[in-house]
Design a protein. Structure first.
Ligand code: GLN
Length: 187
């Protein structure tokens, strides 16, 4: 199982480490030639969504990734990755790979109170640790988007077909269940 991990910025090394624990092979995507539509999936890590969108365009990675995702490549976005996959961003616009039927709010917890750790129930897995870093959250999930987790009545994880997205960073905790769900469709 070869899983691409977008390695432009953010916590991509941690995602690679979780993949290795699950016997999957991470493939770091840093430039155009690294991406292939034959990968078994793609992880889009956290970072800064506007910067990542710009880099994806500049590196000519956006179109091939978009094509692959729209053709069914499984994709898992964490934090900024969730924003990149959203069909609607509060205040206008869409993420550059708009596949998720969600309206997302960026930097939803304010600048000062931006980072925290908690635990909450995740559908199909149970209680999981969650690390939020200047995180977005989903204001509305509609259409095909299924809510998988909520914190304080706010949607923090969704799935739509082969697309999985969390507002938090599972790769910064010792929980491998969400990656397992992504790769193998189960935990
Ligand atoms: N605040 C960032 C953004 O809007 C996301 C933060 C993160 O990925 N940890 O892109």
């Amino acid at each position: 199982m070869k899983i691409g991990v977008l390695a432009l910025q953010g916590a991509f090394i941690e995602h690679c480490d979780v993949l290795k624990k699950l016997d999957a092979e991470p493939v770091e995507i840093r430039q155009h030639g690294h991406f292939s539509s034959h990968l078994d999936g793609l992880i889009i890590p956290g970072g800064e969504s506007t910067v990542m969108g710009k880099l994806l365009r500049e590196l000519k990675l956006l179109e091939p990734i978009k094509d692959a995702v729209f053709n069914g490549m499984p994709v898992f976005g964490t934090c900024a990755g969730l924003i990149l996959l959203s069909k609607q961003i509060e205040g206008g616009g869409t993420g550059p790979i708009p596949v998720l039927d969600v309206l997302v709010r960026r930097n939803a917890y304010g600048r000062q109170l931006g980072s925290y750790r908690t635990t909450a129930k995740f559908k199909g897995i149970g209680e999981v640790p969650m690390v939020f870093i200047r995180a977005p959250y989903v204001l509305e999930a509609y259409g095909g988007a299924e809510v998988l987790a909520m914190v304080d009545k706010k949607i923090v994880a969704v799935r739509q077909g082969a697309v999985l997205a969390t507002a938090f960073h599972p790769e910064l905790t010792d929980c491998i269940g969400i990656h397992e769900l992504f790769i193998y469709g189960r935990t």
